[in-house]
Design a protein around this ligand. Structure first.
Ligand code: ATR
Length: 380
């Protein structure tokens, strides 16, 4: 009997070829790593020369505006490749930290022993929180030696006891603990007490103080586009976010008109705020200058929903959404099409975070960089 000819797909030969390919790809990676390392060092040498020039010109080494321009450009360049933005941002933040060392401005140790200050967000669920990337980017950009982690917390009392014994410097508090945490702290800021929610803990030499930065974050996000004094602002929703936004609006001299699906809940909050209440299904923008959605309507996966009909929007209205996933919600797309000025959901998130950063560190927050870090995370 004739022997069968050797098959083209001889398993040993195929495996041998694949092993050769593996070795080739590894050799390619070794060459690329050497090139990348060389380019990193060239970049650091340029940073060193820039540091020298800055010194001669009397300019500060740390320039968060320039850093945010660098990140903006990188995010624009990094389209279509395999490198996810969140990794790209981390790589370049690390390179920038190395550059500051070369320029003689290393990170400030948080204590005399060089250990970083610890921060966390306590929430449940907390896995999708953008706070860690925002705050870690801010630490990197300002050279503050801090580490910020997301911690899923079931029992807020135990978490705050842990915070005390571990000596955390600060924490963000998110759903569902913003109200319950108040009973665990040594001091509550009067504004947070009025809003009935704490979203920030500051550890001041062992005394735990609770603040609310949501109201001021909303206010900053709005006032970047329009001064609120004397304006009529439609706040849609009657939950905790609505309460914070409404406080921000009234503190700046705006008038709140509260719209909610459920009349009972809406009129109760409106009465507490001293605001006018109207049912959401009767929304119209007559005599309204600003509209803020504080409900979750429009959040993925219900991204095609909007709390108000497109026909109710008109040119000139300022429309802010606190939903940031997706960033361009149906409400904001409708508002743009109607000629409104729009403010996306990252604006309030970033500003409340920037205010937290300032309470914790006493440094000016690099809000641009915080926004870019959050955007990079969202866009991946
Ligand atoms: P938070 O504290 O985060 O603001 P909340 O207390 O659950 O959240 O409040 C959510 C708000 O969004 C409520 O005012 C809710 O309206 P109801 O009072 O009628 O429940 C509003 N909301 C949620 N889903 C909605 C929907 N599909 N249409 C209209 N309003 C909605």
């Amino acid at each position: 009997m004739n022997e069968a000819p050797p098959s083209k797909a001889d398993p040993e030969t195929a495996a041998g070829a694949e092993e050769r390919q593996l070795a080739e790809q590894r050799a390619l990676i070794d060459r690329l790593d050497a090139e990348i390392l060389e380019r990193f060092n060239a970049r650091l040498a340029a940073a060193g020369r820039i540091g020298e020039l800055k010194r001669r010109l009397g300019l500060p080494v740390r320039d968060t505006r320039r850093e945010s321009q660098v990140f903006r450009r990188l995010l624009d360049l990094n389209r279509g490749g395999l490198l996810a933005n969140r990794y790209m941002v981390k790589l370049f933040a690390t390179l920038m930290a190395a550059a500051r060392d070369v320029q003689g401005a290393p990170s400030r140790p948080a204590d005399g022993f060089g250990t970083p200050a610890l921060f966390a967000v306590f929430g449940n669920p907390v896995v999708h929180s953008l706070s860690p990337v925002m705050h870690n980017a801010a630490f990197g950009a300002t050279g503050f030696s801090g580490v910020y982690a997301a911690i899923r917390v079931k029992d807020i009392r135990l978490a705050v006891a842990g915070f005390r014994s571990l000596g955390l410097r600060g924490a963000s508090i998110t759903l569902p603990h913003k109200e319950a945490v108040m009973a665990c702290l040594d001091y509550i800021d009067p504004r947070a007490r009025r809003i009935k929610a704490v979203n920030t803990i500051v550890n001041e030499n062992g005394t735990l103080k609770g603040f609310n930065t949501d109201w001021a974050g909303a206010l900053k996000a709005l006032e970047e586009k329009i001064p609120l004094a004397g304006k009529r602002v439609a706040v849609i929703g009657a939950g905790g976010a609505a309460r914070a936004v409404a406080h921000g609006v009234s503190s700046a001299g705006g008038t709140v008109v509260l719209f909610n699906r459920t009349a009972e809940k809406g009129s109760a909050l409106a009465a507490e705020l001293g605001a006018e209440f109207r049912p959401l299904d009767q929304f119209d923008a007559e005599r309204i200058e600003i509209l803020v959605n504080t409900t979750s309507v429009g959040m993925a996966p219900q991204a095609e929903e909007s709390p108000v009909a497109r026909e109710a929007l008109r040119a000139g209205l300022v429309v802010m959404d606190i939903v940031y996933n997706p960033l361009r919600t149906r409400l904001l797309r409708d508002a743009e099409a109607a000629g409104c000025v729009t403010i996306d959901g990252l604006a309030m998130l970033v500003h409340q975070g920037a205010l937290q950063f300032e309470l914790w560190t006493g440094l000016a927050a690099p809000a641009d960089i915080m926004r870019m870090a959050a955007e990079a995370e969202l866009k991946d």
